[in-house]
Structures are given as C-alpha cells and as structure tokens.
Design a protein around this ligand. Structure first.
Ligand code: AQP
Length: 336
C-alpha cells in the first residue's frame, strides 16, 4: 500500500472464490472497489475460508483463487496500491474469529437470512461454519481497523452484526476495534437472477441464472434474451411488481452511469426485445476491457502467485498487530 504522510481511511472487502464471478458481484462490489482505491488504503481479500462453508472441489478452489486475483487486477485494482491476498494465508482471520465467536450470541446468528437461505439450499451439509460465517466476516473486517466496507445489500445484515460485536467488545475492553460503516451502491446493490428475478443473482446457482464476468458476448446475448420478464409489455421501473424488467433496467443504469428514470424514458415506445438488446450492449461494453486484461493475466500464473504471496505477508503483518492487542486485552499469556 502507498505510504502517505496523512493516513488514509481503511477499506476492507472480500469475495468468495466459490464460482465464476457474476455481473452481480461486479456491480454490487467489484466496480466500487476500483472507484475507491485511490482515496483509501484498500484491502481486497479472496475469502477462501468462507467458500468452504459449502463443499468445494479442491482443484477448482485452488484454481479459482488465482482466477479471482486475476479478476481483481483485470477490473482495475492495482496490486501495488491495494492488498490482494488469500484469507487462508493470514491465520489471524481464523484466530480472531474464534475469539469473536465468544462474543456473539446464538440468537444473533440464528436471525441471519443468508444462513437460512444457504441451509435450505444445502440441506445435506448444514455445518457449523455456515452458521458462524458472519463471525469470520467480522474478524476479516475488524482485523484491519476498517472504516468502510463496500458490499452488496445482501451483506448488510452481516455488517450490522459485525458492528454489534465490535461495540460489545469495545464496551468491555476499551477502544480496540474501529467501528466500520457499510458502503452500499445506490443502484445495483442487488442484481437479481435472470430466471427467478425475485431472487439474488448468485455465482453458485445454475448457469442460465447469471451472467459470468467471463461469458462471451454471444453467451451474454443468449442469457439475456432468455431472461424472465413479464407479459404486460410496459417498460417501467417497479422491482416489486416487475422484477425481471426492473433488473435489466438496473443493470443498464449501473453499467452506463445513467439514472434509472432516464434509462426508462430513453426506452419509451420500444418492446422488451430492445430492452434486452440495450442490456446486452451495456454488459458487453462494460466487460470487454476486463475480459481482455484477464486473459493476459491468467496466462502468467507466476505473477499472480507473487501478488498473493507478497500481499499476504503485508496483510499478515497488519492483522497480527490487531490480533496481539486483542489477545493481550483478553488476558492470554504474553509471548516471551
Ligand atoms: N446479485 C448481487 N447483486 C449485488 N451485489 C452482489 N454481491 C453478490 N451477489 C450480488 C456482492 O458481491 C460481493 C461478494 O460476494 P461473495 O462472493 O462473498 O458472496 P455472496 O454475496 O454469497 O455472493 P454469491 O455470488 O451469491 O456467492 P455464492 O453463490 O457462493 O453464495 C459481496 O459484497 C456481495 O454483497
């Protein structure tokens, strides 16, 4: 990270290497990371420990960690200015999570909607890690004395819990943790599934429900053409009653930087076919430079490995500072 005379505020965010990233991850999280990188000290983690709360094929997980590093960089994050590293390379995450777990109530975790949704989707594997996922997320954030967390709206509840845990800990031990704020985009904070627009678009759902960041223009066109809309034929932004159409409008608005009401008025008098053409154009245009850069980066595995190695060491040094402070406050025996 750049050393400047005046200390910048800290941003932390992470993405799971649990599948091919979607346009939802891009609009809700990734593209905001890029915008924020110059004004903050940014830490962008590949949260592989979170990913194993759902069974992962080891070879795929290993490969996806480097792919996600390539996506971070291809989307415009400079690995010399931002810490891009793997969560599992910094043992302080798991160590702090254990401690914070002792400051988190079962009732709080029971209320988490992601736990309810994921346990319904993985009935054969409702493991304790899935339940304590928000505690690990709190550790991720609090280790770096984070000020701001750019996330999609689906993570808001976890972030609120993180703040509660930090405040609870600080109330007992003094000002140990910075209390983080969320940074949730105004448009596109929740991109919906193409097939079930009442549901969030997710990278571990079936392929036709999402647009992957690495989908070819042809595949993108086909997926959007098959996206579920409705039968009234009117182009109007109304997420509750017209979730499919509103989802496409949100994507155009977020990717072109045009207010949604402007997008709607530009499309008056045309049909859903044209709405889908415009959506395709917006998505393809936004992803084209990212895909080109990704192909260049992914061919150089040694470089990607060096990025996560070097940044992992820097992250570890920062994280250990907070962890040691916490351990001391709690009363763990000092190291000789
Ligand atoms: N559909 C979405 N719209 C807006 N933002 C989204 N994010 C995810 N989906 C959308 C944001 O992307 C960041 C990384 O998410 P993650 O991979 O850590 O976990 P997730 O929220 O569980 O994402 P997925 O795609 O749904 O992953 P799986 O399928 O593995 O559970 C977060 O900031 C998230 O808000």
């Amino acid at each position: 990270m750049e050393q400047t005379a005046e200390k910048k505020q800290v941003i932390f965010s992470g993405i799971q290497p649990s599948g091919t990233l979607t346009i939802g991850n891009y609009i809700g999280a990734l593209r905001n990371f890029v915008t924020l990188q110059h004004d903050y000290d940014c830490i962008y983690c590949i949260v592989d420990e979170h990913a194993i709360t759902v069974r992962q094929n080891p070879a795929d997980l290993r490969r996806r960690c480097l792919e996600l590093a390539a996506i971070y960089i291809a989307s415009g994050l400079d690995p010399k200015q931002n810490l891009i590293y793997c969560q599992s390379h910094v043992s302080a995450h798991a160590e702090l999570a254990w401690i914070l777990g002792c400051f988190t109530y079962m009732g709080e975790l029971n209320r988490m909607t992601q736990f309810k949704a994921k346990s319904a989707a993985h009935e054969d594997n409702i493991n304790a890690g899935l339940f304590t996922y928000p505690v690990l997320m709190a550790a991720d954030i609090l280790l770096y004395q984070t000020n701001l967390v750019p996330v999609g709206v689906d993570q808001k509840q976890h972030l609120e819990l993180c703040r509660d845990i930090a405040q609870r800990f600080n109330a007992v031990y003094g000002n140990v943790f910075t209390i983080p704020e969320g940074y949730i985009p105004k448009v596109g904070a929740k991109i919906m599934s193409l097939q079930e627009p009442g549901k969030k678009m997710s990278k571990s759902d079936p392929e036709d429900t999402y647009i992957a960041l690495l989908d070819s223009p042809d595949v993108i066109r086909k997926k959007i053409r098959r996206a579920v809309t409705d039968s009234d034929g009117e182009i109007r932004f109304d997420p509750e009653n017209k979730p499919g159409v509103s989802n496409l409008l949100s994507m155009i608005s977020a990717l072109t930087g045009t207010p949604v009401n402007q997008v709607v008025s530009d499309l008056q008098g045309v049909g859903y076919g044209e709405l889908k053409n415009r959506t395709t154009e917006a998505v393809v245009t936004a992803l084209e430079p990212l895909q080109r850069e990704y192909q260049r980066l992914i061919a150089d595995k040694a470089y990607l490995q060096s990025v996560i190695d070097e940044n992992g060491q820097k992250a570890s040094a920062l994280a250990t500072r907070t962890l040691r402070k916490v351990q001391k406050k709690i009363g763990f025996a000092p190291r000789g």
